[in-house]
Ligand binder design. Structure first.
Ligand code: PGA
Length: 258
């Protein structure tokens, strides 16, 4: 696991946008795995800026999002389809037909889940997966105790996740308690993974992910099993790491080597 600790949230976002752009610039038909939530917003702004400056094109890129609420139509303002359209897809030259969200519009949840897995494989797998981190250690909507080899499926959201995400819903609005999500096994099949986490409320989940045991109770700890992961943190999110100074020193050595 490569651990990059940067002074600010803005620098974390800029690093992630750079990493994603580098993959697209190397492979114009790259397959991206994308995330929703508050953390990736500035990364998406960074990608949009690169596109507007003429240095990045998405016209051959394909995307797969991690998850979607069950019970919201894609036209619902709080659906992750609308989130992605508004925060990224509407501002870049991507073919919207090449953007995939694990929507399940009928009640054949098993069928929708296995179709999503098949679609990812048919397109050669994910070249780079962007992840946020839940304060309970989830990645996608893989809540604590999710199987570390799970595939796309329906998950019941924890009370904590529902509370954390209630900020996106009006008080009277229906907030789903079920979601369809790529599994941890699905995420681990990605060729590269970049996880970004910022703010003090992530420090416990970050410490468990990096320095704790690999355990289903800390879903992000499964990333320790992947050979090409970079975790990008601001100082607050990194503040509980026991080997904080070592990670800083390692990055300094890496710069000298390059
Ligand atoms: P956040 O959510 O970026 O809104 O903090 C992260 C997550 O739940 O994966």
């Amino acid at each position: 696991m490569r651990i990059v600790i940067l002074p600010t949230k803005q620098e974390v976002s800029a690093f992630a946008a750079e990493a994603i752009a580098a993959v697209i610039n190397k492979k114009s038909n790259a397959v991206l795995g994308l995330a929703t939530g508050g953390t990736p917003l500035s990364t998406y702004e960074g990608l949009i800026n690169k596109h507007q400056q003429g240095t990045l094109s998405f016209n051959k890129v394909r995307t797969f999002n991690l998850d979607e609420y069950v019970g919201l139509l894609p036209t619902h303002p709080q659906s992750y389809r609308q989130f992605m359209n508004k925060q990224l897809f509407n501002h870049i030259d991507i073919n919207i037909q090449n953007t995939h969200i694990p929507e399940c519009l009928n009640s054949d949840y098993e069928g929708c889940s296995s179709n999503y897995e098949t679609l990812i494989s048919e397109h050669g797998g994910i070249d780079i997966q962007l992840l946020g981190l839940g304060s309970n250690g989830h990645i996608g909507f893989n809540e604590p105790t999710s199987s570390l080899s799970s595939k796309t499926r329906i998950k019941t959201l924890t009370k904590k996740t529902i509370e954390n995400n209630s900020r996106f819903f009006d008080a009277t609005e229906f907030q789903p308690s079920l979601a369809i999500t790529m599994g941890i096994g699905t995420i681990l099949k990605s060729k590269k993974i970049i996880l970004i986490a910022t703010g003090e409320n992530k420090k416990d989940a970050v410490a468990d992910m990096i320095e704790g045991s690999v355990a289903a109770f800390s879903p992000a700890s499964a990333l320790q099993l992947h050979s090409d992961v970079v975790v990008v943190l601001d100082k607050l999110a990194a503040s509980k790491l026991k080997l904080y100074d070592y990670y800083i020193q390692t990055e300094q050595s890496r710069k000298k080597l390059n």
